[in-house]
Design a protein around this ligand. Structure first.
Ligand code: UT7
Length: 332
């Protein structure tokens, strides 16, 4: 019998420093009202200087391992999704591996931005179904704060993002009682320029110039309205694909856990499927958009709050830079 992948532990970690919309008002021409009304964000967490993505990933991983009752030494593989690795190279998964006190197991970074966690989970699922690995740590972690320009020039991006990490431990399960039922991964690279961090990249010679700093070109760019429009459509498509593949009705889904990009996207998805907001998880008011970390943070919170119980169907869904979009249906 082909084993299924079961999530046996969840955990998350966010830095202690809380940055409110009112704090941002002091740094740029923005307002608590604008940020709340357009995004649902009230506050976010920022790391202290010297704390990197692998540090947040480590804390989230320790929490997930504890929740799973698993020692780090039992892991066979690590997958870490991030768009903000500690260094250009090597990958942050390698750094996490050594911080966990491990020496040999493989460690892979995934670079699909907001959908990174679902892509990473899907990779873990395939390794488990083929029998290659038994226990895999899957993490989403980001440090955005030191890449945000805290001025009016940077406000369209800087008010949206926060730092944090979430993790799960995935294990092979032959009981036949649920687990990850399916994952669905998509991309359309023709929209790459609609949401991107262009520099430092290999296409430019030299990769970084002082002019890039002065002009603000080092900041991420997002065509917010275009991304919003595509996001609502692709979120709904990806959810429908997961339901149809497994012949599951939306009413049998206990909770949808969407990537936390904008509460208005979450509300549009709930409305499209005729769900009350209790069935579409939202914590963007506390953490902002934490990219690859947002789904595993939300999942860990939902589990801790008792909103996901054994036997429940849950759907994870994400959309973001690439464009990429993805979903997963899990029987808990
Ligand atoms: O995680 C990856 C996926 N990301 C997403 O899915 C995000 C999708 N997009 C969005 O969530 C929204 O488009 C945003 C929240 C980014 C922006 O909301 P919007 O309603 O689309 O606003 P807008 O970009 O059309 O800007 C409206 C106005 C502009 O002024 P004018 O041109 O109307 O005079 C902006 O300059 O708001 C201005 N603005 C701001 N004002 C105060 C932009 N940023 C700010 C700000 N504070 N921080």
């Amino acid at each position: 019998m082909t084993p299924r992948s079961r999530i046996i532990g969840t955990g998350f970690y966010v830095p202690e420093k809380v940055v409110t919309n009112f704090d941002l008002e002091k740094l740029m021409d923005t307002s608590d009202q604008w940020i709340r009304e357009r995004t649902g964000i009230v506050e976010r967490r920022f790391v202290e200087p010297g704390v990197g993505t692998s540090d947040l990933a480590l804390e989230a991983s320790k929490n997930a391992l504890k929740n799973a009752g698993t020692a780090a030494e039992e892991l066979d593989f690590i997958i870490l999704a991030t768009l903000s690795p500690d260094y250009c190279f090597p990958g942050s998964a390698c750094l996490l591996q050594t911080k966990l006190g491990l020496k040999k197991i493989g460690a892979l970074d995934v670079r699909t931005q907001c959908t990174g966690f679902i892509y990473a989970l899907s990779i873990a699922d395939q390794y488990i179904k083929t029998g290659m690995y038994n226990k895999i740590l899957v993490v989403g972690a980001e440090v955005h704060s030191n890449a945000l320009e805290m001025s009016t020039r940077g406000r369209d991006i800087s008010v949206l993002f926060g730092d944090g990490a979430g993790a799960v431990v995935v294990e092979a399960d032959e009981s036949g009682n649920g687990g990850i039922l399916s994952t669905h991964l998509h991309a359309d690279g023709k929209y790459a320029r609609e949401l991107m961090g262009e520099h430092p990249g290999s296409i430019r010679h030299p990769r970084v110039t002082p002019e890039m700093l002065d002009s603000g070109e080092l900041n991420a760019y997002m065509n917010g309205r275009a991304v919003f429009k595509h996001a609502v459509v692709r979120f709904c498509e990806a959810i429908e694909e997961a339901l149809k593949t497994n012949n599951v009705d939306i009413q049998s889904v206990r909770l949808i856990i969407p990537h936390q990009a904008n509460v208005r996207i979450t509300e549009a998805v709930a409305q499209r499927f005729g769900l009350t907001l209790e069935r579409v998880y939202s914590n963007i008011h506390k953490y902002g958009n934490t990219t690859a970390a947002s789904i595993p943070i939300a999942l860990a919170e939902a589990v801790a709050e008792g909103k996901v119980k054994q036997g429940d169907n849950i759907v994870l869904v994400a959309f973001g830079s690439g464009f990429t979009w993805a979903s997963a249906l899990i029987k808990w």
